[in-house]
Design a protein. Structure first.
Length: 119
């Protein structure tokens, strides 16, 4: 199975918040992540819900992404990833357009990424 990167949307708390701010922030997080709002984000913005109480429709696209998440690798939090996006995107476009085969396009993208990261 494919092992794509898995990224998440997140909300962070400021460690210097006072108790009133922490309470307000926690209430906001509960509101944003409840089943109703998680379903709305899924249906209107295409975000896969982390809330397990959300009813997932029998949508092939959504369920395809959910299946991929089962074999995904957490997205690396390293600066070198900045060199991946353009070559990676170009690789996909070249294969879809029939300009290159998958192996050739992947090799080219890997070379460009490695060169950008000094390897």
């Amino acid at each position: 199975p494919a092992g794509p990167f898995l990224g998440v949307k997140h909300i962070m708390f400021n460690a210097n918040s006072d108790d009133t701010q922490k309470t307000a922030a926690f209430e906001f997080v509960k509101f944003m992540t409840n089943a109703e709002n998680s379903a709305k984000l899924m249906n209107e913005a295409g975000h896969l819900p982390a809330n397990t109480k959300v009813d997932i429709p029998a949508d092939a696209l959504i369920n395809g992404f959910i299946a991929q998440a089962a074999t995904a690798t957490p997205f690396p939090n390293v600066s070198e990833m900045g060199a991946v996006w353009t070559p990676g995107g170009d690789m996909i476009k070249k294969v879809i357009a029939g300009e290159m085969g998958a192996e050739e396009a992947a090799a080219e993208a890997a070379q460009l990424i490695n060169e950008a990261n000094g390897k």
